[in-house]
Write a protein that binds this ligand. Structure first.
Ligand code: NAD
Ligand code: IPM
Ligand code: MN
Length: 359
């Protein structure tokens, strides 16, 4: 198959982990006889420095016409002055809104070889397999904002239509899994959460085969640590999903491990690791590329329909997490390039074994 993939490496470790994910996609293309054309564009702080805009028009136009978009990370101390007129993160938010990618899928699994890195006791880490579905284009991120010398506001706003579409997506995904949806809100306090909950209740009636439970976000933050293996699909609003998934990443052993897929009803999906630009380790060649590489696997699955190839990447990563080499954040000494090379070699092995099986 032929596909056009736009890459947005961004800031900090973004270019380091994106390069590793692109190398993986190139290996997959060569091995499985696909033609992927890559086009790199600017986003974030690097784009502000070059053009004054965090999402230049040329970047957005390229993303709109692409088959898929692979992003590294944006932001960093250089652009983080709270009084700065423009910030890198605005570029990412504008891109998500423009592409209409309202459903952000963030899968969490805990690899047994990394269980010792988790802050939880090992017995709590068995059978963790959670798919967070984070609403991505609404809520406090996108409501009206005001700021004066001594007061600031961020409006949190949700429409029924915005809630319905992401909740439906969560129920559909649950049907392909363990048929259990947990909806997280703060309906005891927030009006938006009460609209969220009543909408979820109504949509749930269309899915009688899927079990639904509601959880308030504060207790959910606790339950993720005490009973993480109870959850299957967790659907929630934008800000709650942002916070809960960084917490979830700690269970896996590192923020550097988790991928994401942002999907809408339009053409291009957006794929990015859930971590940020990691300014504390940027430029050292030590960032863990696994979150970015697994995001590339999600790209193949969700935007290009290449399930075999996605599984090849996931199996290769599984093997590398099992046997090493490991980057520093997960207790090893390997650099980004060593981890990338080990994944590339494991993809070749995986493809060889599959070919031998069919001979
Ligand atoms: P961060 O995710 O960048 O880093 C948090 C911690 O996790 C750091 O100690 C970092 O070294 C570590 N870490 C993150 N990714 C890693 C990786 N791949 N390998 C090894 N360790 C890794 O969060 P932060 O420091 O709070 O934010 C830094 C900047 O990143 C901010 O400007 C923020 O807005 C931005 N950010 C961007 C995105 C994105 O582009 N999607 C996501 C989150 C944060
Ligand atoms: C993420 C990040 C972003 C978010 C920021 C950088 C805008 O934290 O992708 O999780 O809050 O959505
Ligand atoms: Mn985040």
């Amino acid at each position: 198959m032929k596909a056009r993939i736009v890459t947005l490496p961004g800031d900090g470790v973004g270019p380091e982990v994106t390069a590793a994910a692109v190398a993986v996609l190139k290996t997959v293309a060569a091995r499985y006889e696909h033609v992927f054309a890559f086009e790199e564009q600017l986003i974030g702080g690097i784009a502000i420095d070059a053009t004054g805009e965090p999402l230049p028009a040329a970047s957005l136009a390229a993303c709109r016409s692409a088959d898929a978009v692979l992003l590294g990370a944006v932001g960093g101390p250089k652009w983080s002055d709270p009084n700065a007129p423009v910030r890198p993160e605005q570029g990412l938010l504008a891109l998500r809104a423009a592409l209409g990618v309202y459903a952000n899928l963030r899968p969490l699994q805990v690899h047994p070889a990394l269980a010792n890195l988790s802050p939880l006791k090992n017995e709590k880490l068995k059978n963790i397999d959670v798919l967070f579905v984070r609403e991505l284009t609404g809520g406090a991120y996108f409501g009206a904002k005001t700021r004066s010398a001594d007061v600031a506001t961020d409006e949190c706003r949700y429409t029924v239509a915005e809630i319905e579409r992401v909740v439906r997506r969560a129920f559909e995904l649950a049907r392909g899994r363990r048929r259990h949806v947990t909806s997280v809100d703060k309906a005891n306090v927030l009006e938006t959460s009460r609209l969220w909950r009543s909408t979820v209740q109504r949509i749930a009636a269309e899915y009688p085969d899927v079990k639904l439970e509601h959880q308030l976000v504060d207790s959910m933050a606790m339950l993720l640590l005490t009973q993480p293996n109870r959850y299957d699909v967790v659907v929630t609003e934008n800000l709650f999903g942002d916070i809960l998934t960084d917490e979830a990443a700690a269970l896996a052993g590192s923020l550097g491990l988790l991928p994401s897929a942002s999907l809408g009803d339009g053409k291009a999906g957006l794929y990015e690791p859930i971590h940020g630009s990691a300014p504390d380790i940027a430029g050292q060649g030590v960032a863990n590329p696994v979150g970015a590489i697994l995001s590339a696997a999600l790209l193949l699955r969700h935007s290009l329909g290449l399930e075999t190839e996605a599984v090849a990447i996931e199996s290769a990563v599984e093997q590398v997490l099992r046997h090493g080499p490991h980057s520093r954040d997960i207790g090893g000494h390997a650099g980004t390039g060593e981890v990338r090379d080990a994944v590339l070699a494991a993809i070749e092995d995986h493809a060889d074994n599959a070919a031998a099986f069919f001979c």
